[in-house]
Design a protein around this ligand. Structure first.
Ligand SMILES: *Cc1c(COP(=O)(O)O)cnc(C)c1O
Length: 387
């Protein structure tokens, strides 16, 4: 993978560990969303769950219609920093947080009819007082092609979304929309099949709705994604039912927008060479262990391919804090910088201060070639989480 910034980033100038969001890469993704919105008439909003790097929101706001939150805190961030449409879905809203959610949301999606009935009086009171909050129900569309159960919202006995068996047409009064989320990194042919299943199960109720939200998990900015088909599917639903269509990607917004840069701190041996880095699989790139997947490292290859193979380990005491085995053309030395590609989405939002190891700083590499440090984290960020 190569950077799209016309001015190459001087890696030696980076204080590690650091995430570096590249403005030009984010804008490359946003241009694709811009085209989808213009040609399909659908609206794209950012799912903060996967990408909440708000210093970059001024760029995102230029193109997307708003943000979607899965909690009160994400909703507040959407309101404060995106300042466009605020959509909120929660697996379950608590009595304590709901009034605040209601005060800032434009759209609220409920995960069950029980939740809708519980909070409907508050919604109706807000509407009567002149603040129209549009509400929807998340349904299980009855079809998913996600292979990893951890990421499949439609596995047997899933708690996410109302199934057709539990669906209550009598409770739809006051509901404006349907939401489904059944994708994870899928292409638009999958969306086409999910929409067909959704229509088969819930089609008779769609004419009563104002909008349908297709959820996230659409890998719109990945090479090979069939954008034309996405546009066709959105247009088709909009025209068949005269509804607005929303799509809420997270990963696709932050996809390939920049690396995590780390340094080699020590090199040890135990049957093989092991390099210890000033980062961590578990604290700074947890999906390498959870998903799991193998991150790409600039100028490195699979073990044994290049002359010098190392196991790359993190700074925490977790025995399994290992990123993987990689080979390099030259032997690694203490102080060498390693560039982990595509480390912006689902990393920063999941970081922990486990073991008290420092959080990577958050930087931006602008189109003008400026390396801007948006945030550095010190001891306080560790102390505040523990007392
Ligand atoms: C996770 C999630 C998203 C974003 O998914 P991506 O895979 O990051 O595009 C959108 N909507 C809902 C309801 C989600 O749970």
């Amino acid at each position: 993978m190569t950077t799209v910034n016309p001015i190459p980033l001087d890696i030696s100038a980076v204080q590690t560990p650091a995430y570096i969001l590249e403005e030009s890469a984010l804008k490359r993704n946003l241009a694709i969303f811009d085209r989808v919105q213009k040609e399909s008439g659908g609206k794209i909003i950012l799912a903060l769950k996967g990408f909440a790097f708000w210093p970059a929101f001024p760029w995102v706001r230029e193109v997307l219609h708003g943000a979607t939150a899965s909690s009160l805190h994400e909703a507040r961030l959407a309101k404060e920093e995106m300042r466009k449409e605020v959509h909120v879905y929660s697996v379950a809203f608590t009595d304590k947080e709901f009034p605040e959610v209601l005060a800032i949301a434009d759209h609220i999606v409920f995960n069950s009819f029980g939740q809708w009935r519980r909070f409907k009086p508050q919604v109706m009171a807000a509407r009567a007082a002149g603040r129209y909050v549009s509400c929807g129900i998340r349904v299980n569309p009855g079809h998913s092609e996600v292979q990893t159960p951890l990421y499949d919202p439609c596995y047997a006995n899933s708690r996410l979304g109302v199934t057709r068996e539990e669906f209550r047409p009598d409770d739809l009064d006051g509901i404006d929309g349907f939401h489904f989320h059944a994708h994870c990194g899928n292409n638009s042919d999958t969306l086409e099949r999910v929409v067909a299943s959704f229509e088969k199960l819930y089609g008779e109720f769609i004419p009563r709705m104002k909008w349908i939200n297709f959820g996230g998990g659409h890998h719109i900015t990945k090479q090979g994604y069939d954008v034309e088909r996405l546009i066709r599917v959105i247009k088709g639903v909009r025209e068949r039912y005269k509804v607005e269509v929303y799509v809420e990607p997270g990963e696709a917004v932050g996809w390939r927008t920049g690396p995590l840069v780390s340094s080699v701190v020590d090199i040890v041996r135990n049957g093989m060479d092991i390099a210890i880095l000033d980062t961590s699989a578990t604290a700074h790139m947890p999906d390498t262990l959870e998903m799991p997947y193998r991150p790409e490292i600039r100028e490195a290859d699979v073990p044994g391919k290049l002359a010098h193979t190392y196991r790359l380990g993190g700074l925490t005491c977790l025995a399994g804090d290992v990123i993987g085995d990689y080979s390099f053309a030259k032997p690694l030395a203490i102080g060498d910088k390693l560039v982990f590609e595509d480390m912006i989405h689902y990393t920063i939002v999941k970081n922990t201060t486990f073991n008290g190891i420092p959080l990577p700083s958050l930087c931006m590499w602008t189109e003008q070639g400026e390396l801007r440090v948006a945030r550095e984290f010190g001891y306080e960020s560790y102390k505040l989480r523990n007392g």
